[in-house]
Design a protein. Structure first.
Length: 152
C-alpha cells in the first residue's frame, strides 16, 4: 500500500505546501533503493531511508508478524488492494531486507518536533483518508510571517 500512500501524498502536496508545511516520506529501504523507488513514483518531496526502523520505532509504528494474515481476513483490505490495483498501484512483495509486517503512519510534526497529528496504521490498508488529512491540515493553519506559530 506504500504506492497508494505516496500517490495520496502527491495529490495532497499542493495543499500541504499551501498550509506552510512540507512532506518527508520515510521508507524501510536502503538509501539507493529508496531514491530509485521515489523517483519511479514521481515523488515531489523528500524521501528518507530508515532500514534500521529507528523512526518507525520512535513514532510507535507497529511491526507485527501476523499483520499479513490479520489484514487478509479483512474485506476492506481486499477492496483497498483492488481499488489501488485499478489505479495502477500494484502491490508487490517488499524488496529484500524489508518487511511486509511493518505498518505505516502519517504524522504532522511542527518545527519544534512536537507531533501535532498522528495516524498509526492498524492493518496494511489502514491509510489516513483524504478527508482526515485535509481536516488535520486545516486544524494546523500556519501563519507564514511567523513561521512556526499556528492558530486553531
Amino acid at each position: 500500500m506504500c504506492k497508494a500512500f505516496l500517490a495520496q501524498l502527491r495529490r495532497a502536496y499542493p495543499d500541504i505546501q499551501a498550509a506552510g508545511l512540507d512532506v518527508a516520506a520515510v521508507t524501510l529501504g536502503q538509501p539507493e533503493a529508496t531514491g530509485k523507488f521515489c523517483r519511479t513514483q514521481n515523488v515531489p518531496f523528500t524521501c528518507l531511508s530508515d532500514p534500521e526502523r529507528a523512526a518507525y520505532t520512535a513514532y510507535g509504528l507497529l511491526a507485527n508478524p501476523n499483520v499479513i494474515a490479520q489484514s487478509a481476513a479483512r474485506p476492506s483490505t481486499w477492496l483497498a488492494f483492488t481499488r489501488e490495483a485499478l489505479k495502477g498501484n500494484l502491490n508487490q512483495p517488499p524488496p529484500r531486507g524489508q518487511s511486509a509486517s511493518q505498518l505505516s503512519g502519517a504524522f504532522i510534526i511542527d518545527s519544534n518536533g512536537t507531533v501535532e497529528y498522528a495516524h498509526r496504521s492498524q492493518h496494511v490498508a489502514d491509510l489516513i483518508s483524504d478527508e482526515d488529512l485535509a481536516a488535520a491540515l486545516a486544524s494546523l493553519a500556519i501563519t507564514p510571517a511567523v513561521g512556526a506559530s499556528r492558530s486553531r
